[in-house]
Design a protein around this ligand. Structure first.
Ligand code: A2P
Length: 415
């Protein structure tokens, strides 16, 4: 049984281009840089991949979890994979190689992914959900069989005179099931084709509404979408999907895939506390979770909510008005404004430090989960701030960080 894998056989790790939503999670997670991408596909370099599986649990769609037994000499190259529209069929190996490979699998094949067991961790956050999270459904609708949703609302949630054109978009699914949880995302298929004439890939958006709908009891959900007019470097750039979405009118239809995500989920047990840290449209999952809590405010089930929210100014902070109307004893709101006239520049991490004692108090409770969503750049800043407040109290951040990851209590979604 434990004969070594014949050297000529490889269990090749592949990504299914039909399910992949190009979210970059795998490329960021891979500890050996075996994953790369172009404008078409995310692919795994067979010469570098060591089958460590670190990339598998964090993948929100499961597209990463594909394997083919191939002769090493026939391994699909990076170039091959970049050109794929779908995964190739499994090919029969020559008989001698096949038998040997089967016998050798226990030694040669990486363990099956086990999200529940939480064996793999992404660099900073957990790759398992909190223990009490509800069961998420994923991939119910795919590129090949998307769902048609109808736009029932689309309005701007930032000041009209500001640069940040952020929209709240409500999609209705009619009679078709689209079960979601707070923290999950969906994919939108923008119409048209890219420069190579290929249909546009889906773009991923986090839900801004709770599981029971943007309007409670309705089969709908909402998204928070920023119109992209420039790239990260500030050069002019036209966001294909964000502009499409922000320009939609009521009753327009949209092709939707998903839902996606099985880790960035809220705890489902009573009196769980949430620390939510976000910038800009990263507020979408925080709105979803907060709204879930708000709807059961009178039940006595809620734990504490603490929010750190970064934006340039109040007028550029999505949902500013409704947020500020929430009762102070329901949610502890901390706004970090970076470009408000007459005020010092503040980032969320500055406020985490300022509120260190309260953050620590929550962290000491095993019922507390932390969610971070927004600009990639804040990830390091937030981790540093959490380390500082922990160390100042004499605790070892590296130990606490490991515990938070292992227990599915620290989640990042940055872009
Ligand atoms: P800044 O004014 O320096 O850009 P945006 O409006 O671009 O989506 O950004 C949302 C908020 O996040 C802004 O206040 C922005 O500040 C802030 N921000 C930018 N970089 C970081 C970072 N590295 N850590 C935390 N916040 C950041």
């Amino acid at each position: 049984m434990n004969a070594p894998l014949p050297v000529q056989v490889l269990k090749q790790h592949l990504i299914d281009p039909e399910i992949c939503i190009r979210c970059n999670t795998c490329e960021e997670t891979c500890p050996v840089d075996a994953i790369t991408h172009d404008s078409n596909n995310y692919v795994v370099d067979p010469d570098i991949c060591n089958g460590c599986m670190a990339c598998v649990p964090p993948c929100p769609t499961g597209s990463i979890d594909n394997w083919r037994l191939v002769l090493r000499a026939d391994a699909y190259s990076v170039q091959d994979q970049l050109g794929w529209e779908e995964l190739p069929q499994e090919k029969a190996l020559p008989e001698s190689a096949d038998a040997g490979a089967a016998a050798a699998l226990p030694d040669a094949v990486p363990p099956e992914p086990s999200v529940a067991a939480g064996v793999a961790f992404s660099a900073a956050g957990a790759s398992v959900p909190p223990w009490s999270a509800a069961h998420p459904y994923v991939n119910l609708y795919t590129h090949k069989a998307p769902m048609t949703a109808t736009v029932v609302g689309n309005y701007r949630v930032t000041g009209a005179d500001t640069e940040s054109d952020i929209h709240h978009i409500v999609l209705d699914f009619g009679d078709l099931p689209f079960p979601v949880l707070e923290g999950q995302s969906i994919g939108i298929l923008p119409p048209g084709a890219d420069a190579q004439g290929r249909p546009h890939h889906a773009r991923q958006y986090s839900l801004a509404s709770p599981r029971d709908g943007e309007r409670a009891g309705y089969n709908n959900l909402s998204l928070t979408v920023k119109r992209v007019t420039e790239d990260h470097g500030g050069a002019a750039a036209h966001g294909v999907c964000s502009n499409y979405l922000c320009d939609l009118a009521k009753n327009d239809t949209v092709q939707v895939i998903g839902p996606f995500g099985h880790t960035f989920l809220m705890p489902n047990h009573p009196r769980a506390n949430l620390i939510m840290i976000c910038t800009g449209t990263g507020s979408a999952p925080m709105r979803a979770m907060t709204e879930r809590y708000r709807r059961r405010i009178d039940t006595g089930e809620n734990g504490r909510l603490m929010l750190f929210f970064g934006a340039r100014t109040e007028r550029e902070l999505p949902y500013f008005g409704p947020l500020m109307k929430l009762p102070r004893d329901f949610i502890d709101i901390n706004l970090a404004l970076s470009r408000e006239a007459g005020q010092p520049k503040r980032y969320v991490q500055d406020l985490i430090r300022e509120r260190g004692p309260q953050v620590l108090d929550l962290l000491a409770d095993r019922n507390t989960c932390i969610y971070v969503c927004g600009l990639k750049g804040m990830e390091v800043g937030v981790l540093d701030a959490l380390r500082d407040v922990t160390m100042q109290s004499g605790q070892d951040w590296s130990i606490l960080h490991d515990v938070l990851r292992r227990e599915g209590r620290l989640h990042f979604e940055t872009y």
